[in-house]
Design a protein around this ligand. Structure first.
Ligand SMILES: [Zn+2]
Length: 138
């Protein structure tokens, strides 16, 4: 397999950190996170993930947090994101404009520069540190 470029590595790292930041910010003071598409509730890093409302890892929506929310692994992976329930949750928690805009963004290819990705990595890392400190979780 070809070695990953610095940009690919940075993109992967940025996503890993954003996923953690989203879960930690959504966690309660005990570090527990609620899956938005089922009743499952678990510690932020035990079987919990950050799932996309709309798939598209090449697109502008990959890092668009309006469409990224905590999900359990069962919903996100085994049930392919449970998109029907996800849509219901989005309708209840986001405006129509946001949902419509995410649909538009889905069709746009967005290339991030290494500098942009490095800035995102720093921002997400700072958010993780802050959320952990605020809630006293590890
Ligand atoms: Zn779930």
């Amino acid at each position: 397999m070809a070695k990953k470029s610095p940009k690919e590595r940075a993109k992967k790292k940025a996503w890993t950190l954003l996923s953690q930041a989203i879960r930690l910010e959504a966690a309660d003071v005990d570090g527990y996170v609620q899956c938005i598409t089922c009743d499952h509730r678990a510690f932020w890093n035990r079987g919990m993930q950050a799932g996309h409302f709309i798939d598209g890892r090449m697109n502008a929506i990959l890092f668009d947090e309006r469409g990224i929310h905590p999900q359990c692994m069962g919903c996100n992976v085994m049930l392919n994101g449970r998109k029907d329930s996800y849509f219901v949750w989005m309708e209840a928690n986001m405006t129509r404009d946001v949902i419509d805009d995410l649909m538009v963004q889905k069709r746009k290819i967005r290339q991030f520069t290494l500098e942009e990705l490095d800035e995102m990595i720093a921002e997400y890392a700072a958010r993780i540190k802050k959320a952990k400190a605020e809630k006293g979780i590890e």
